[in-house]
Structure formats: structure tokens, C-alpha cells
Write a protein that binds this ligand. Structure first.
Ligand SMILES: Nc1ncnc2c1ncn2[C@@H]1O[C@H](COP(=O)(O)OP(=O)(O)OP(=O)(O)O)[C@@H](O)[C@H]1O
Length: 477
């Protein structure tokens, strides 16, 4: 009955640990003890490794992740004092302070137990052990260990989210045909596990769309972690990306979980990917190819289940030609490449975006909602937008404060006339213009007025669709 109960428990632990059976390392110099423990723990569905020398314990924990270690306190060198076991305990804790260690001895004295606890043992078992008690202690330590690991992972994730503020899901404005098509493409690709490279000018929305891709994917319950590759210094690259164990460097007092591990099972977004130094590109390539890595200072290889999305405003093919970016890395990153059009290539989005930002900032600063005058709309639509959507958002934010009334005028935008592309038709002399010239002039003016929205232009001119297209053809507009 008891056996059944614990079998069930081990199964639950197994499920919690991503379907991997919890792995236990046991060390004792008595082969009968090892045999008995092995039989007991295997029957509970644990993955058991048994060794009879302290040295083997140290070698193994450097290579493999164990959920719990059970060690005898006495070995061959001196069979009663417990000192050899305490030395082993100290050495284990030096290598991995979070690994739960349960100590076990047949010759226990209160002093040795107290000493073991002081050195970091999490529990104590007296030989001959009671099966139910031993398994109960293991079960408790595995659960505590998992919670501690989750806690430290969450703390690091939270720190990253706070510092980078990337994961907020936002409203995506996409009225233009090309952005609508692009969103549909992203939604379809999201369901695959392919690596995606977003390209496009600064401020076009690459980061936002990477986050949207994650949101639409089957990984959306898992982390979306963004790393600005330009912000990671060459010397810290490995430690930041792969993490490090305690003591890996002279000043590393704490172990650190790297970005790859933090994003495991989710999506890792490598922003500004062109900024990764050539010397580190090979290391990134290996992780992408083999889906495994080692922490700095550790020989343990860790497996990864991760989707990589990256972004750049650089021409990576040109960088490959100039030997600044590895071609094999580019091929790994751009299984699919998505180019985000600049704002001047999707004029239909400009006014909806401006209205969206105006609403957003009015709400944020608790001011009355403002509208845009027709002239202001014209200027917004015809400006070149070198900084794309980010620039538009800044200009609208500023205009909210500069405008003195409830309508935003051109002067509130602070855009110098030089950068505005003047698409308005040449002025027409009604005294000398032909009927055709006048008609062409008005159609052109209306098209500009309605940001090339055909339906609105047709309605305002009172034409049928076919009559409109006949004229477009005739006047070559
Ligand atoms: N379609 C959109 N709808 C609403 N807001 C958008 C849209 N696209 C971008 N933005 C906003 O514009 C700003 C810039 O977007 P984002 O940071 O994603 O651009 P980026 O291309 O990654 O920029 P950079 O190349 O400089 O890193 C952000 O505040 C983002 O929320």
C-alpha cells in the first residue's frame, strides 16, 4: 500500500520535471546498502546512480544534473568518525550549493549530525533506514529544490523584464494592405518552429512583431526573452548568454542563469543581431545547431528547446561579403526572413497610428483628446519619417503638450518643411487649362487628400469604380 502511494508520488515528481524521472545519486562504501537502495528507489521510478567512492560523486555532479544526493558519512579511510563524509559534503556544496544532500550513517552522534547540517546537508537518515521515511525525505527535498530553482529563475526573469520592459502586448495598428498581409504571414509562421529574422529600418516595429509572433505561437505560455546583442559586451557574452557556475570567475560569488536557459521552452529574441562580435558568432552558431550549451565553469552539457527570432536593420548579406558576419550563422537565423516596410511605404497606416498615439498619450497624461487638422494630416502623410513609427510616436507625444487647443496644427508637430515630400499637384491656371487637365488635377488632389484610399476618393468624386479607373488609365495617374 505504502509502496503504491510513493510510486504515485515519484510519478508526480516525474511529470513536474518535464517528464524526466527525478535522478538520485547515492554514495556508500557498502555494496549491500547500495544494492538495497537501488532496488527501493528504482521501484519508485527514480533514475538511480550508485557509487562507492567520494571522488566519483564529485566527478558525476560536474557532468550531470541530480535532483538529490544521498551520501554515507563513513568510507574506507576511517569508518566511524564521519569526517570523510563531511569533507565530501563540503566539496559537493562548493560545486553546487543548491543541490540537496541527505546524509546517512550507521554510527550517528548528535554532534556529527549537527555538523553535517551546518555544512549544508538538508536532512539526515539513520541506518538501518525505514523505507517510507527515506522516500518521504527524498520527495520533500526534490520538491523544495524545484521550488528554489523556479524561484531563482523567476527572480532573474523578473529582473530582466523590469530592465527591458519587452513583454507588454500592445495594440498593433495595421491598416495598409502590406501590413495586413504581413500580420497574416506572421500568424501562420508562428505555428511553426522555424527561426525568423526580421529586417527593416529603425523603429518599424521589429521588436513588437517578434513579440506578437511569440504571442501567436504554441510557446506563448512560456517565456519570451529579448536580448539586445548590441548591449552585451564581448567579455560578458558567454556568461550573459550561457550563465556561469559559482566561482567561475574570481568575483563570481553567485551562480547565474543565462538567457538561453531562461528562455528554455519559449522564444529567445536576439535584437540587433548584427552587433554580435565575430569572435562570439561561432559560439552562438553551436547552440543554434546542436541545441545544447555549457555554463561557464561547468562541464555539464544542457539541452535546449528554444525558438530563435532575431532582428536587424543592417544588411547581413553585405556583412557576410565583408567578412563581418558568418554566412553559416545567417543561414541558421533566417530560415524565414520578414522585411518590415518603412512608414513611408505604408502611408495608409500613418493617420491611424497618429490617432492611436494621440489617444494613448492623452490617456497617459490625462488630457482631453485632440484631433488633427486637415493640413496637419497632409503633413504627417507626406513626411519622410526616417525614424519610422518610433519617431511618429515621439512627435505626437510632444505635439500633445505644444498644442494650445483641441486640434493639433502643423506648427505643433515641429517637423521642418525640408523633410516633407510635397506630393501636391502643381497649381493649375483655370484660365488656360483644358477640361482634361482640370479633371486630372482634381482626381490627383483627391487621391492625396484621402491617402490614396481608392474607395474614399471614388465616393468624394461621385464616380463609379469603372469610370474612376478609366480616368486613372487615361491620365496615367
Ligand atoms: N504597428 C504598430 N502599432 C502600434 N505601435 C507600433 C507599431 N509598430 C511599432 N510600434 C511602436 O513603435 C515603437 C518602435 O517599435 P519597435 O521597437 O518594435 O521597432 P524596431 O524596429 O524594433 O526598432 P529598432 O530597430 O530601433 O530596435 C514601439 O514603441 C512600438 O510599440
Amino acid at each position: 500500500m505504502a509502496n503504491k502511494h510513493f510510486g504515485l508520488f515519484a510519478k508526480q515528481v516525474e511529470e513536474q520535471m518535464n517528464k524526466q524521472p527525478a535522478s538520485i545519486l547515492i554514495a556508500d562504501d557498502d555494496s549491500n546498502v547500495l544494492m538495497a537502495l537501488k532496488l527501493l528507489l528504482k521501484a519508485e521510478n527514480f533514475d538511480v546512480t550508485a557509487v562507492d567512492k567520494p571522488f566519483d560523486v564529485l566527478q558525476l555532479i560536474e557532468r550531470k544534473n541530480f535532483s538529490c544526493v544521498i551520501i554515507d558519512l563513513n568510507y574506507h579511510r576511517d569508518t566511524t568518525s564521519g569526517h570523510e563524509g563531511l569533507e565530501l559534503l563540503t566539496a559537493i556544496k562548493k560545486r553546487d550549493e543548491h543541490l540537496p544532500v541527505i546524509v546517512m550513517t550507521g554510527f550517528s552522534s548528535i554532534d556529527i549530525v549537527v555538523e553535517a547540517m551546518k555544512l549544508g546537508a538538508v536532512d539526515f537518515v539513520q541506518k538501518p533506514w525505514k523505507n517510507i521515511e527515506l522516500i518521504g525525505k527524498i520527495q520533500a527535498q526534490i520538491t523544495i529544490g524545484e521550488l528554489a530553482q523556479k524561484g531563482s529563475r523567476l527572480a532573474q526573469e523578473n529582473a530582466l523584464l523590469k530592465s527591458e520592459g519587452q513583454l507588454k502586448r500592445q495594440h498593433i495598428v495595421a491598416d495598409s494592405a502590406n501590413m495586413k498581409a504581413l500580420l497574416t504571414q506572421i500568424e501562420l509562421l508562428a505555428k511553426s518552429d522555424m527561426n525568423i529574422l526580421f529586417t527593416g529600418e529603425n523603429g518599424t516595429g521589429k521588436s513588437m512583431l517578434a513579440s506578437y509572433l511569440h504571442h501567436c505561437s504554441t510557446r506563448n505560455e512560456q517565456p519570451f526573452l529579448s536580448v539586445n546583442m548590441g548591449a552585451i559586451t564581448e567579455t560578458l557574452f558567454e556568461s550573459e548568454m550561457f550563465g556561469h557556475v559559482k566561482g567561475a570567475f574570481t568575483d563570481s560569488k553567485e551562480a547565474r542563469i543565462g538567457r538561453f536557459e531562461l528562455a528554455d521552452n519559449g522564444t529567445l529574441f536576439l535584437d540587433e543581431i548584427a552587433n554580435i562580435p565575430l569572435s562570439q558568432q561561432a559560439k552562438l552558431l553551436r547552440v543554434l545547431e546542436e541545441r545544447q550549451f555549457e555554463k561557464v565553469g561547468s562541464a555539464k552539457t544542457q539541452q535546449l528547446n528554444i525558438r530563435i527570432v532575431s532582428a536587424t536593420n543592417a544588411d547581413l548579406s553585405l556583412m557576410v561579403e565583408q567578412h563581418q558576419f558568418r554566412q553559416d550563422l545567417l543561414y541558421r537565423l533566417n530560415t524565414v526572413e520578414i522585411n518590415i516596410p518603412s512608414l513611408r511605404e505604408r502611408k495608409q497606416d500613418i493617420i491611424p497610428l497618429a490617432e492611436y498615439f494621440s489617444e494613448h498619450f492623452c490617456e497617459k497624461y490625462r488630457i482631453e483628446n485632440k484631433t488633427f487638422s486637415d493640413k496637419t494630416k497632409d503633413v504627417l502623410v507626406n513626411y519622410t519619417w526616417p525614424g519610422n513609427i518610433r519617431e511618429l510616436s515621439h512627435i505626437i507625444e510632444r505635439a500633445m503638450f505644444l498644442s494650445q487647443n483641441d486640434q493639433i496644427e502643423v506648427s505643433d508637430l515641429g517637423i521642418s518643411g525640408v523633410e516633407v515630400i510635397d506630393n501636391s499637384p502643381e497649381p493649375l491656371s483655370l484660365n488656360s487649362a483644358s477640361l482634361d487637365e482640370i479633371e486630372a488635377y482634381f482626381i490627383k488632389q483627391r487621391l492625396e487628400r484621402f491617402n490614396h484610399n481608392v474607395q474614399e476618393t471614388i465616393e468624394s468624386l461621385g464616380l463609379s469604380r469603372s469610370a474612376y479607373y478609366r480616368r486613372i488609365e487615361k491620365y496615367k495617374l
